[in-house]
Design a protein around this ligand. Structure first.
Ligand code: CTP
Length: 400
């Protein structure tokens, strides 16, 4: 079988060097990659590097190998075009359909999915001109990955960093797997909670649970690939930040509630994949609780935590907002799931059976998605990503 053809567009930013790593990942995973740098990008990384790593010529002009009509053919043949880094200038050109070099011509002729990974200084990213160009590109069906927050060129930090090449590769892999389908969550803001809360007892101890965050992170990654703006509220997860997601780190259930409610204000969908502790210690001991010879420990009194899913469901931040819950059950899985769906008042409940060696920390899952109309969507045993895609299929259908 022919290798899938990918065009890697590189525009002129300091992060161009990171595109070498993205190129490696794409070629090593069996893609035929044609690099199309802009003239400015060649100031940062030379054509020899792109050519040697990709096995193809890597010019920026339409005047080389003219007999092959590269300004049309490269775009036409591609199954994916990814521009990383995409500068403010490149986004502006793409949004306005300019065609003054090989990359902009390629973008105009491509009929396949297009992913932009912008990287620039925070001021340039936040400028209304850039934001309008990004909105235009998204409206036309491109996946524009939100830049990461962190160290920028020079001493400043902020939003504008190119996400890790490995994470951009993950987006590309998913977009390619979806084929020519349009990104059905484009223009949508989705909020996902992931991981497990920890309720402190004293400065060194907490009540926690075994959630790894893998399912919530899989939801975030698949939503980015489907074009959504993603806020990921992550409770105590050590997983790498998914490219394109705004990640808010939290510790306790109360912190998680605050972050989710705030992000949900303008969200089209909220998916509560986090394992939120139902109870927290009534008292927090400011100093470490010490054992005392000959004395039994004091019992730990607990108080209820807010039920975030029930609150979101009862008090929708905007009309038509879709709220999704998860339920981990050990017995009478479906009956308990149905009762929980009714009790929480959400639109969809993903029910899975848990126990030793099941679900927690595993990259695989098996579930049934319940809806209030009585429908059941079984999801066979498989990657957590596949379950995530079923959830987004059902959410997208509800959003219309
Ligand atoms: N959840 C929540 N806030 C809580 C507890 C849970 O938002 N304080 C959310 C979880 O994120 C999940 C869903 O509710 O989406 C199911 O949580 P679960 O703890 O299984 O439900 P409970 O109602 O606590 O049911 P039970 O403990 O009786 O199984």
């Amino acid at each position: 079988m022919d290798k899938p053809k990918v065009v890697l567009g590189v525009s002129g930013g300091i992060a161009a060097y990171k595109a070498c790593e993205l190129l490696r990942r794409l070629t090593e995973s069996g893609h035929d990659v044609r690099v199309v740098p802009t003239e400015s990008a060649l100031h940062f990384v030379g054509a020899a590097t792109w050519s040697a790593l990709s096995g193809h010529p890597a010019g920026s002009e339409v005047w080389e190998n003219v007999h092959e009509v590269p300004h049309v053919r490269i775009g036409q043949e591609a199954q994916l075009v990814v521009v990383a880094p995409a500068t403010a200038d490149m986004l502006a050109k793409a949004a306005h359909g300019l065609a003054d070099d090989l990359l902009t011509n390629t973008l105009l002729t491509a009929r396949c999915p297009v992913v932009f990974a912008p990287a620039m200084h925070t001021e340039m990213w936040e400028n209304p001109a850039t934001q309008e160009n990004v909105a235009t590109l998204r409206r036309r069906g491109a996946v524009v990955i939100e830049p990461a927050v962190g160290r920028l060129t020079g001493v400043d930090t902020g939003k504008g960093r190119l996400p890790d090449p490995e994470e951009i590769f993950e987006v590309c892999r998913r977009v390619l797997a979806r084929g020519p389908q349009a990104p059905d969550l484009a223009g949508r803001h989705v909020v996902i909670s992931a991981g497990g809360t920890r309720e402190p007892l004293d400065p060194v101890r907490y009540l926690g649970n075994r959630s790894s965050g893998l399912q919530g992170y899989a939801l975030a990654r698949t939503a980015v690939a489907r074009g959504a703006r993603v806020t990921l509220v992550a409770a105590n997860s050590t997983l790498p930040d998914p490219a394109g997601a705004d990640v808010v780190q939290v510790g306790t259930a109360v912190q998680l509630r605050e972050a989710v409610i705030k992000a949900a204000a303008d969200a089209d969908a909220v998916v509560m994949a986090a394992a939120v502790a139902d109870f927290r210690p009534a008292q927090y001991a400011a100093g470490k609780i010490k054992k005392r010879d000959g004395q039994d420990p004091e019992p730990v009194a607990l108080v209820r935590n807010p039920d975030v899913l029930a609150e979101l469901s009862a008090d929708r931040a905007r009309p038509g907002q879709v709220v999704v819950g998860f339920a981990a059950e050990t017995d009478d899985v479906l009956a308990n799931g149905r009762a929980k769906l009714a009790r929480k008042g959400c639109d969809l409940l993903v029910v899975n059976e848990v126990g030793e060696r099941k679900t927690f920390g595993s990259t695989e899952n098996e579930a049934v998605v319940l809806a209030p109309d009585g429908s059941e969507t079984p999801v066979p045993h498989g990657p957590k990503e596949a379950l995530a895609d079923v959830v987004w299929d059902l959410v997208a259908r509800r959003l219309g």
